[in-house]
Design a protein around this ligand. Structure first.
Ligand SMILES: Nc1ncnc2c1ncn2[C@@H]1O[C@H](COP(=O)(O)OP(=O)(O)OP(=O)(O)O)[C@@H](O)[C@H]1O
Length: 217
């Protein structure tokens, strides 16, 4: 019998008058959700994370059903073991970098921890930033802190929403290297939202294309 895919998704998500439908299975490595603005990439990511409830379908992670409309299963976000890096990062502005990171760690099941705080700081090169507040960080630094918070959550899957879109070329390269190291050294499956072909070609082993359909379903 073949092993369960890391992630299997077969859902329809209603957003306003749009119905966003997608079906894919992801194994190890990086799966890119690719498509133009408004295609529904963030909506699909939010549905996997449990932040948006699909109108129908099923989502399973490592053999565990996270959502199944027909069977009435809808696990709360904190039970899904997903680390999320939002497009706007959502770091707590009044907390230090250390406290932002510890927030992720406090949510983690100790048995599922991938990294300690010290290991995450070394892995991401953020040890010198621990006493700073998010508003004092550069875009690339803030992105690394947001990734650190998600990794300290001890996730089985990392969801990254356009992690490179607001960065200049040098910072993009830096974060791409971080993402490659998470893929290769931590062997953590990831779903990455992107609308850029060059990012997807470099990082992803599987590409799920989403398009804006002319007619609402
Ligand atoms: N809360 C909401 N209520 C109604 N419609 C929404 C809501 N959120 C998103 N939408 C609509 O759903 C569609 C998909 O949005 P979504 O943000 O998932 O797309 P996207 O592919 O991530 O776009 P972008 O690349 O611009 O972030 C869009 O038409 C958007 O206007």
């Amino acid at each position: 019998m073949s092993p369960d895919p890391a992630l299997s998704v077969d859902i329809a998500v209603r957003r306003g008058d749009r119905l966003i439908e997608t079906r894919f299975a992801a194994t190890a490595g990086i799966t890119a959700l690719f498509g133009p603005s408004g295609a529904g990439k963030t909506s699909v990511l939010d549905a996997i994370a449990g932040l948006v409830r699909p109108a129908r379908g099923r989502i399973a992670l490592g053999g565990e059903v996270l959502f199944d409309a027909a069977r009435g299963i809808d696990l709360a976000p904190e039970k899904r073991h997903c680390g999320v890096v939002f497009q706007d990062l959502r770091l707590f502005p009044h907390r230090t970098v250390r406290d932002n990171l510890l927030y992720g760690q406090r949510l983690a099941d100790p048995a599922a921890q991938l990294l300690s705080l010290d290991e995450a700081c070394a892995f991401l090169g953020i040890g010198a930033l621990l006493d700073r507040r998010p508003r004092t960080l550069s875009g690339g630094e803030a992105q690394r802190v947001a990734i650190g918070r998600a990794l300290l959550r001890g996730p089985r899957l990392l969801l990254l929403d356009e992690p490179l879109s607001s960065l200049d070329a040098a910072r993009r390269e830096e974060i791409m290297v971080v993402i490659e190291r998470i893929r290769d050294q931590l062997a953590l499956p990831m779903v990455l939202v992107s609308h850029r072909v060059d990012e997807v070609e470099r990082l992803a082993s599987e590409v799920v294309s989403l398009d804006v359909l002319a007619e609402p379903a």
